[in-house]
Design a protein around this ligand. Structure first.
Ligand code: NAG
Ligand code: NAG
Ligand code: NAG
Ligand code: NAG
Ligand code: NAG
Length: 359
């Protein structure tokens, strides 16, 4: 009798746990399947709310993306894993890593005025191809050479590595370093990008770190860089992030402990979706990073390195040209901006086609 009672209690507990699991997974699934109208509203709300809010700590871009249908599931998947992982502050310094795939002569052959460096996950070949066939294929703009390279970390295994190497032979635009490629490690990726620029491409006049899901109007960007009052040194601009509070909620994707970053507010920095800088800064940032303890928010970390250097980010001449989100596609909106976030590689291709149509 006693035995049966115990078994019954055990069964009851198990079924309770099971239903709790089902409830939780249901809940997270729900957010991935809402309707388009709701989405549009929420994105609109998020856009206004977040951009003007100081409550939300980090990038409205990530927030927006956690609501977008396409890449959302993938991005969501990284959320749970990235909290509470112990951080070893020395790991972000690029001297800890070496290049597996490299293009050491690309810059001396090309002599670029502007280099786009695109951090991307090894498997995101679709995103790379979309860029290669759109803004990444603009090799000369206003008579200035432009170069686009992709930076990846380690692949999942030998098969993925082989594919990547094939792609590298075909396009000669991949740089790979030997750190674990994860959302949490984006600061490492950015610092490796800075290291590559400083050691392989010091002759470039300007560089831009730009995410793989961005639309870039290279023509306008070039006009900005060639403008007579754009500084040639110690210059960095993009979407300004002022007075952003450090996220101390341990359940957040952007959680940073007080141990890693004791101050409550980040120094002024540029939103990670795309920031452009005079290329002297790449080496200076790597150097500064030796003295700045690393944390996992890559764009804010670059801001901390700039602060260490005593260099203030510049507001762009026309801040409305660096946009996070433009809403529903309107040709005239896209013709006015330098950067904005897109929903998918296919959207980049479609929009590009439309923008290049003669009017
Ligand atoms: C988004 O909100 C703004 C301001 O409230 C409004 O003018 C605009 O029509 C809205 N857009 C959409 C797509 O709902
Ligand atoms: C958000 O802030 C910007 C700049 O401070 C302002 O121009 C805009 O009207 C604000 N939008 C809303 C919806 O409050
Ligand atoms: C890049 O543009 C050239 C023409 O300017 C075209 O021939 C080539 O196919 C394009 N490359 C890609 C990957 O679309
Ligand atoms: C970040 O990269 C380092 C170096 O490869 C690795 O040891 C660490 O596990 C990575 N962390 C995450 C969370 O991916
Ligand atoms: C670009 O940098 C080179 C030196 O690396 C310099 O000679 C050249 O004048 C610069 N170009 C422009 C347009 O500033």
């Amino acid at each position: 009798m006693h035995h049966i009672k115990n078994t019954f209690i055990l069964l009851l507990t198990l079924s309770f746990l099971l239903s709790a699991v089902v409830y939780v997974s249901d809940f997270s699934f729900e957010t991935t399947t809402f309707t388009q109208t709701w989405l549009t509203k929420v994105m609109n709300w998020t856009h206004y709310k977040v951009i003007n809010s100081t409550l939300v700590g980090h990038t409205e871009k990530d927030l927006l993306f956690s609501l977008l249908p396409n890449q959302q599931i993938q991005r969501r998947a990284t959320i749970a894993q990235t909290t509470d992982i112990p951080i070893y502050h020395h790991v972000a310094h690029p001297s800890n890593y070496h290049f597996i795939l490299d293009e050491p002569d690309k810059c001396s052959q090309w002599d670029p005025f502007l280099v786009f460096m695109v951090p991307v996950a090894p498997h995101q070949v679709e995103a790379r191809n979309a860029i290669r066939s759109t803004w990444g294929n603009e090799s000369s703009v206003q008579g200035k050479a432009v170069l686009t390279l992709f930076l990846v970390g380690l692949t999942g295994g030998p098969e993925a590595q082989q594919k990547l190497e094939e792609e590298s032979r075909q396009h000669r635009d991949l740089v790979q370093s030997n750190f674990v490629d994860s959302y949490f490690n984006l600061t490492i990726k950015t610092m490796v990008i800075m290291d590559w620029l400083a050691t392989r491409c010091a002759q470039a006049n300007f560089s831009m770190k730009v995410d793989s899901d961005m639309y870039i109007n290279v023509e306008y960007l070039m006009s900005l860089l060639l403008a007579p009052n754009t500084p040639r040194e110690n210059y960095i601009t993009g979407y300004m992030m002022w007075d952003r509070p450090v996220v101390r909620n341990k359940n957040s994707k952007w959680y940073v402990s007080e141990e890693l970053y004791p101050e409550p507010i980040y120094p002024t920095y540029l939103q990670g979706m795309g920031y452009v800088f005079s290329n002297d800064l790449s080496g200076k940032i790597v150097e500064a990073s030796e003295k700045v303890k690393a944390f996992n928010i890559e764009d804010a970390y670059v801001g901390a390195c700039l602060k260490q250097l005593g260099i203030a980010p510049s507001s762009p001449p026309d801040p409305s040209q660096f946009r996070a989100y433009l809403g529903q596609y309107k040709r005239e909106d896209f013709l006015r901006v330098i950067t904005t976030i897109l929903g998918s590689p296919q959207q980049l291709i479609d929009i590009w086609k439309d923008l290049k149509k003669p009017t």
